[in-house]
Design a protein around this ligand. Structure first.
Ligand SMILES: Nc1ncnc2c1ncn2[C@@H]1O[C@H](COP(=O)(O)OP(=O)(O)OP(=O)(O)O)[C@@H](O)[C@H]1O
Ligand SMILES: O=P(O)(O)OC[C@H]1O[C@H](OP(=O)(O)OP(=O)(O)O)[C@H](O)[C@@H]1O
Ligand SMILES: [Mg+2]
Length: 285
């Protein structure tokens, strides 16, 4: 089975970290090698340009791939959108020179030139918004184009807004939200390796569901059990088991990390003692 991942750039390290969390770790080979065996037998990583991954997954060069949603849309590749990831989050936005003093697309009056590497996304956007514009297709460094006179405005990736500011530009509209995603070849279910691909996807979903979740263990006296159970959330319901030596119970449940302080406080008031909190690696549903 082949998994396409970015060969450089923003998404590469988080992609490797994510794969490592499901037990897929690249085995050391020549660092220039673009096909890399992994610790999971039969699973290979294929290193490719982030923007090429949608088309390469569409035509079956890789079974699944990690790339940005922006490139999935831009490429128009016919792939399956399988799992949304929690990195590579940004906006693709329309930005104009600050000196224009405008804050909305409705204030654009004359025809403008927009520099972008997202030609298809930009085309669809200006048609949808009825904006009078020509598109200048470039392959990067869009922010510098207005100051060079190569374009009036840009459609590009914005995260903190620092790059726009640095180039005297101002975001006036969001074209789309983007994030890293796992895409799959449409026919992966018919692949001889469908079972393996399915298992990899299940482990990936398990790792994502486990993010931000903790397991809590606590000891509770018989008399306090009802009150403690009532104070606890759970996936289904908290588990209880009788302690061997006293008139007490061990109570176990899974909670969101964000709610931990509140849950611990309530459980302690209800009588819970000896609270142990553990991280969770995977939640497979
Ligand atoms: N500042 C950012 N914050 C979050 N995600 C980003 C940011 N810049 C780019 N991305 C996302 O990362 C993915 C890869 O971006 P991009 O093609 O710009 O490659 P890169 O990682 O910047 O490498 P390079 O530009 O050197 O090829 C895209 O899906 C893009 O939306
Ligand atoms: O809003 P910001 O936080 O400034 O992020 C936006 C910038 O991030 C990306 O560039 P990157 O840093 O990946 O460098 P690149 O120009 O080499 O692609 C993108 O192309 C923008 O230029
Ligand atoms: Mg970049």
């Amino acid at each position: 089975m082949k998994i396409a991942i970015p060969n450089k750039g923003r998404l590469q390290q988080p992609s490797l970290q994510f794969l490592s969390s499901v037990g897929i770790k690249p085995l050391a080979t020549d660092e220039r090698s673009l096909i890399v065996p992994t610790s999971w037998e039969g699973v290979q990583l294929v290193l490719m340009r982030t923007e090429d991954i949608p088309n390469l997954v569409e035509n079956g060069a890789a079974d699944i791939g990690i790339t940005g949603m922006d490139y999935v849309i831009e490429s128009r590749a016919d792939v399956e959108d399988l799992i949304r990831l929690d990195f590579g989050k940004a906006k693709i936005s329309l930005a104009v020179p600050l000196s224009w003093n405008i804050s909305d697309v409705s204030e654009l009056k004359r025809e403008i030139k927009i520099a972008t590497k997202y030609y298809n996304i930009a085309r669809e956007y200006i048609t949808r918004k009825n904006i009078n514009a020509k598109i200048v297709k470039i392959s990067g460094a869009a922010e510098v184009m207005p100051s060079l006179g190569a374009a009036d405005a840009i459609i590009d990736v914005v995260s903190t807004g620092t790059t726009l500011k640095l180039h005297g530009l101002k975001e006036i509209d969001t074209v789309m939200e983007t994030y890293a995603t796992i895409i799959g070849n449409r026919y992966w279910l018919k692949s001889e390796e469908a079972d393996k691909i399915n298992l990899v996807l299940t482990m990936m979903k398990g790792a994502l569901s486990a993010r931000g979740k903790k397991m809590i263990f606590m000891n509770v006296k018989d008399k306090d059990l009802e009150k403690v159970l009532a104070s606890l959330p759970a996936m289904l319901a908290p588990a209880i088991s009788k302690l061997s030596k006293s008139d007490a119970w061990e109570v176990i449940t899974v909670v969101n990390e964000d709610c931990l302080p509140e849950i611990v406080a309530k459980a302690m008031i209800a009588g819970a003692k000896d609270i142990v909190i553990l991280g969770i690696e995977k939640v497979i549903r």
